[in-house]
Design a protein around this ligand. Structure first.
Ligand code: SAM
Length: 246
Protein backbone atom coordinates (compact mmCIF):
# COMPACT_ATOMS: atom_id res chain seq x y z
CA UNK A 1 0.00 0.00 0.00
CA UNK A 2 1.12 3.53 -0.73
CA UNK A 3 1.23 4.95 2.79
CA UNK A 4 1.46 8.66 1.99
CA UNK A 5 -1.69 10.66 2.75
CA UNK A 6 -3.32 12.03 -0.39
CA UNK A 7 -5.42 15.16 0.21
CA UNK A 8 -8.93 15.47 -1.22
CA UNK A 9 -7.59 17.70 -4.00
CA UNK A 10 -5.16 14.92 -4.99
CA UNK A 11 -2.05 16.59 -3.61
CA UNK A 12 0.61 14.68 -1.72
CA UNK A 13 4.31 15.03 -0.97
CA UNK A 14 7.01 12.50 -1.72
CA UNK A 15 10.73 12.97 -1.16
CA UNK A 16 10.33 16.72 -0.80
CA UNK A 17 8.36 17.10 -4.07
CA UNK A 18 4.69 17.92 -4.38
CA UNK A 19 2.52 15.82 -6.69
CA UNK A 20 -1.11 16.16 -7.76
CA UNK A 21 -3.12 13.09 -8.74
CA UNK A 22 -5.39 13.90 -11.70
CA UNK A 23 -7.75 11.22 -12.92
CA UNK A 24 -10.18 13.35 -14.93
CA UNK A 25 -9.80 13.36 -18.73
CA UNK A 26 -11.75 16.63 -19.03
CA UNK A 27 -10.16 19.35 -21.22
CA UNK A 28 -8.22 21.60 -20.85
CA UNK A 29 -5.63 19.12 -19.64
CA UNK A 30 -4.02 19.99 -16.30
CA UNK A 31 -0.46 21.33 -16.18
CA UNK A 32 2.30 20.96 -13.61
CA UNK A 33 2.82 24.17 -11.66
CA UNK A 34 3.55 25.40 -8.14
CA UNK A 35 0.69 23.23 -6.80
CA UNK A 36 2.53 20.10 -7.91
CA UNK A 37 3.57 17.75 -10.71
CA UNK A 38 0.47 16.40 -12.40
CA UNK A 39 0.39 12.62 -11.95
CA UNK A 40 -1.89 10.51 -14.15
CA UNK A 41 -1.96 7.55 -11.79
CA UNK A 42 -4.83 6.80 -9.44
CA UNK A 43 -4.46 5.24 -5.98
CA UNK A 44 -4.53 1.58 -7.18
CA UNK A 45 -1.50 2.33 -9.36
CA UNK A 46 0.32 4.01 -6.47
CA UNK A 47 -0.38 0.97 -4.28
CA UNK A 48 1.01 -1.40 -6.92
CA UNK A 49 4.14 0.70 -7.37
CA UNK A 50 4.62 0.87 -3.59
CA UNK A 51 4.57 -2.93 -3.44
CA UNK A 52 6.97 -3.13 -6.40
CA UNK A 53 9.30 -0.68 -4.62
CA UNK A 54 9.36 -2.96 -1.57
CA UNK A 55 11.19 -5.63 -3.59
CA UNK A 56 12.91 -3.75 -6.36
CA UNK A 57 16.07 -1.64 -6.26
CA UNK A 58 16.68 -0.57 -9.87
CA UNK A 59 19.85 1.37 -10.52
CA UNK A 60 18.53 2.64 -13.83
CA UNK A 61 14.94 3.41 -14.78
CA UNK A 62 13.44 4.45 -18.10
CA UNK A 63 9.93 5.87 -18.33
CA UNK A 64 8.11 6.00 -21.66
CA UNK A 65 5.38 8.67 -21.75
CA UNK A 66 5.89 11.63 -19.45
CA UNK A 67 2.84 13.89 -19.90
CA UNK A 68 3.34 16.53 -17.14
CA UNK A 69 6.13 14.72 -15.29
CA UNK A 70 4.22 13.44 -12.25
CA UNK A 71 4.94 9.81 -13.09
CA UNK A 72 8.62 10.60 -13.54
CA UNK A 73 8.96 12.29 -10.16
CA UNK A 74 6.78 9.68 -8.42
CA UNK A 75 8.83 6.73 -9.75
CA UNK A 76 12.09 8.54 -9.06
CA UNK A 77 11.25 9.34 -5.45
CA UNK A 78 9.71 5.92 -4.80
CA UNK A 79 12.38 3.75 -6.41
CA UNK A 80 15.38 6.03 -5.98
CA UNK A 81 17.44 4.80 -8.95
CA UNK A 82 20.94 6.11 -9.54
CA UNK A 83 19.97 7.18 -13.05
CA UNK A 84 16.63 7.93 -14.64
CA UNK A 85 15.55 9.02 -18.09
CA UNK A 86 12.32 9.30 -20.07
CA UNK A 87 10.94 9.94 -23.54
CA UNK A 88 7.82 11.90 -24.44
CA UNK A 89 6.35 12.40 -27.91
CA UNK A 90 5.11 15.93 -27.23
CA UNK A 91 7.82 18.40 -28.23
CA UNK A 92 6.98 21.15 -25.75
CA UNK A 93 9.13 20.75 -22.62
CA UNK A 94 7.35 20.64 -19.25
CA UNK A 95 9.28 23.37 -17.45
CA UNK A 96 8.84 22.11 -13.85
CA UNK A 97 10.20 18.72 -14.96
CA UNK A 98 13.06 20.32 -16.89
CA UNK A 99 13.92 22.21 -13.70
CA UNK A 100 13.67 19.00 -11.61
CA UNK A 101 16.00 17.17 -13.98
CA UNK A 102 18.52 20.02 -13.88
CA UNK A 103 18.68 20.06 -10.10
CA UNK A 104 18.78 16.25 -9.70
CA UNK A 105 22.03 14.52 -10.73
CA UNK A 106 21.76 11.55 -13.08
CA UNK A 107 18.36 12.58 -14.47
CA UNK A 108 17.37 13.40 -18.05
CA UNK A 109 14.24 13.72 -20.15
CA UNK A 110 13.73 13.75 -23.92
CA UNK A 111 10.73 15.60 -25.32
CA UNK A 112 9.78 15.25 -28.99
CA UNK A 113 10.94 11.62 -28.87
CA UNK A 114 8.78 8.61 -29.68
CA UNK A 115 8.80 5.42 -27.67
CA UNK A 116 9.50 3.59 -30.94
CA UNK A 117 12.55 5.68 -31.84
CA UNK A 118 15.14 2.92 -31.82
CA UNK A 119 18.18 5.19 -32.16
CA UNK A 120 17.05 7.41 -29.26
CA UNK A 121 16.29 4.45 -26.95
CA UNK A 122 19.62 2.82 -27.77
CA UNK A 123 21.44 6.10 -27.12
CA UNK A 124 19.77 6.57 -23.73
CA UNK A 125 20.59 3.06 -22.54
CA UNK A 126 24.13 3.04 -23.92
CA UNK A 127 25.23 6.61 -23.20
CA UNK A 128 23.14 7.69 -20.20
CA UNK A 129 22.87 4.34 -18.40
CA UNK A 130 26.26 2.94 -19.47
CA UNK A 131 24.43 0.01 -21.12
CA UNK A 132 22.65 -1.08 -17.92
CA UNK A 133 18.82 -1.07 -17.97
CA UNK A 134 17.10 -2.33 -14.80
CA UNK A 135 13.50 -1.22 -15.20
CA UNK A 136 11.18 0.12 -17.90
CA UNK A 137 7.79 1.71 -17.23
CA UNK A 138 5.82 2.07 -20.46
CA UNK A 139 2.99 4.55 -19.92
CA UNK A 140 3.18 6.14 -23.38
CA UNK A 141 0.86 5.60 -26.38
CA UNK A 142 -0.86 2.38 -25.19
CA UNK A 143 -1.00 1.50 -28.87
CA UNK A 144 -0.21 -2.07 -29.87
CA UNK A 145 2.39 -1.22 -32.55
CA UNK A 146 4.36 1.37 -30.56
CA UNK A 147 4.30 -0.63 -27.35
CA UNK A 148 5.43 -3.77 -29.15
CA UNK A 149 8.26 -1.89 -30.87
CA UNK A 150 9.54 -0.43 -27.58
CA UNK A 151 9.48 -3.90 -26.04
CA UNK A 152 11.32 -5.34 -29.03
CA UNK A 153 14.05 -2.69 -28.67
CA UNK A 154 14.34 -2.51 -24.89
CA UNK A 155 13.66 -6.02 -23.57
CA UNK A 156 16.90 -7.44 -25.01
CA UNK A 157 18.74 -4.57 -23.28
CA UNK A 158 17.03 -5.16 -19.93
CA UNK A 159 19.27 -6.68 -17.28
CA UNK A 160 18.54 -10.37 -16.55
CA UNK A 161 16.11 -10.31 -13.60
CA UNK A 162 14.96 -6.79 -14.56
CA UNK A 163 11.35 -5.64 -14.68
CA UNK A 164 9.36 -4.35 -17.68
CA UNK A 165 6.04 -2.70 -16.88
CA UNK A 166 3.21 -2.02 -19.31
CA UNK A 167 0.47 0.27 -17.99
CA UNK A 168 -3.17 0.49 -19.08
CA UNK A 169 -3.29 -2.62 -21.25
CA UNK A 170 -7.07 -3.13 -20.93
CA UNK A 171 -8.50 -0.11 -22.75
CA UNK A 172 -10.07 -2.13 -25.60
CA UNK A 173 -12.25 -3.97 -23.07
CA UNK A 174 -13.57 -0.86 -21.32
CA UNK A 175 -17.24 0.03 -22.03
CA UNK A 176 -16.25 3.52 -23.27
CA UNK A 177 -14.16 2.03 -26.10
CA UNK A 178 -16.78 -0.26 -27.67
CA UNK A 179 -18.41 2.14 -30.14
CA UNK A 180 -17.35 1.97 -33.82
CA UNK A 181 -17.26 5.78 -33.63
CA UNK A 182 -14.53 5.78 -31.00
CA UNK A 183 -11.28 7.31 -32.29
CA UNK A 184 -9.37 4.14 -31.36
CA UNK A 185 -11.90 1.69 -32.86
CA UNK A 186 -9.67 0.75 -35.81
CA UNK A 187 -6.60 0.22 -33.63
CA UNK A 188 -5.47 -3.27 -32.66
CA UNK A 189 -6.04 -3.76 -28.94
CA UNK A 190 -3.15 -3.46 -26.50
CA UNK A 191 -4.22 -6.82 -25.06
CA UNK A 192 -3.21 -8.42 -28.38
CA UNK A 193 0.35 -7.77 -27.25
CA UNK A 194 -0.33 -9.59 -23.97
CA UNK A 195 -1.37 -12.69 -25.93
CA UNK A 196 1.83 -12.44 -27.95
CA UNK A 197 3.93 -11.93 -24.82
CA UNK A 198 2.31 -15.02 -23.31
CA UNK A 199 3.32 -16.98 -26.40
CA UNK A 200 6.82 -15.49 -26.18
CA UNK A 201 7.14 -16.55 -22.55
CA UNK A 202 5.95 -20.06 -23.43
CA UNK A 203 8.25 -20.34 -26.42
CA UNK A 204 11.48 -19.12 -24.84
CA UNK A 205 13.52 -18.80 -21.66
CA UNK A 206 13.40 -14.99 -21.85
CA UNK A 207 10.83 -14.35 -19.13
CA UNK A 208 10.02 -16.04 -15.84
CA UNK A 209 6.87 -14.14 -14.91
CA UNK A 210 4.18 -12.03 -16.48
CA UNK A 211 2.01 -10.67 -13.71
CA UNK A 212 -1.24 -9.31 -15.09
CA UNK A 213 -3.01 -6.86 -12.83
CA UNK A 214 -5.94 -4.75 -13.95
CA UNK A 215 -3.92 -1.49 -14.14
CA UNK A 216 -0.66 -2.94 -15.48
CA UNK A 217 1.42 -5.93 -16.47
CA UNK A 218 4.81 -6.59 -14.85
CA UNK A 219 7.17 -8.82 -16.85
CA UNK A 220 10.22 -10.32 -15.18
CA UNK A 221 13.20 -11.06 -17.39
CA UNK A 222 14.72 -14.43 -16.59
CA UNK A 223 17.69 -13.92 -14.22
CA UNK A 224 19.34 -16.70 -16.27
CA UNK A 225 18.19 -15.37 -19.61
CA UNK A 226 20.22 -16.78 -22.50
CA UNK A 227 21.88 -14.22 -24.81
CA UNK A 228 19.33 -12.72 -27.22
CA UNK A 229 20.35 -12.52 -30.86
CA UNK A 230 17.95 -11.39 -33.55
CA UNK A 231 14.36 -10.24 -33.25
CA UNK A 232 12.53 -11.59 -30.17
CA UNK A 233 9.24 -11.97 -32.07
CA UNK A 234 10.88 -14.46 -34.44
CA UNK A 235 11.31 -16.73 -31.40
CA UNK A 236 7.56 -17.26 -30.88
CA UNK A 237 6.38 -20.81 -31.73
CA UNK A 238 2.74 -21.19 -32.81
CA UNK A 239 2.77 -24.65 -34.43
CA UNK A 240 2.43 -22.93 -37.79
CA UNK A 241 -0.81 -21.22 -36.82
CA UNK A 242 -1.72 -17.54 -36.99
CA UNK A 243 -2.92 -15.48 -34.04
CA UNK A 244 -6.03 -13.59 -35.09
CA UNK A 245 -5.64 -9.96 -33.92
CA UNK A 246 -8.31 -8.62 -31.56
C1 SAM B 1 -0.73 8.51 -19.84
S1 SAM B 1 0.31 9.83 -20.31
C2 SAM B 1 1.74 9.62 -19.28
C3 SAM B 1 1.44 9.89 -17.86
C4 SAM B 1 2.64 9.89 -16.93
N1 SAM B 1 3.48 8.73 -17.12
C5 SAM B 1 2.15 9.94 -15.50
O1 SAM B 1 2.18 8.91 -14.82
O2 SAM B 1 1.72 11.02 -15.09
C6 SAM B 1 0.87 9.29 -21.86
C7 SAM B 1 1.89 10.21 -22.50
O3 SAM B 1 2.50 9.46 -23.56
C8 SAM B 1 2.75 10.35 -24.62
N2 SAM B 1 2.87 9.56 -25.86
C9 SAM B 1 1.91 9.18 -26.73
N3 SAM B 1 2.44 8.49 -27.75
C10 SAM B 1 3.77 8.42 -27.51
C11 SAM B 1 4.86 7.84 -28.21
N4 SAM B 1 4.71 7.20 -29.36
N5 SAM B 1 6.09 7.96 -27.67
C12 SAM B 1 6.29 8.62 -26.50
N6 SAM B 1 5.29 9.21 -25.81
C13 SAM B 1 4.05 9.10 -26.30
C14 SAM B 1 1.58 11.30 -24.63
O4 SAM B 1 1.93 12.52 -25.27
C15 SAM B 1 1.31 11.48 -23.12
O5 SAM B 1 1.97 12.60 -22.62
Amino acid sequence: MFAQTIAENGIFELGGERLRVESSSVLPRPVSDATGFVLLKSKPYLDIYASIAAGEKPKTLLELGVFQGGGYVFLDKLLNPEKMSAVELAAKPVEPLVDYVKRTPGRSVHFGTSQSDEAALNRIVDEEFGGRLDMVVDDASHMYEHTKKSFEILFPKLRPGGLYILEDWAWAHHPNYQSPDHAWHKHTSFSQLLFELTALMGSTALMTEMKILKPLVAIRKNPNCPPITGNIWDMVRLRGREMAPV
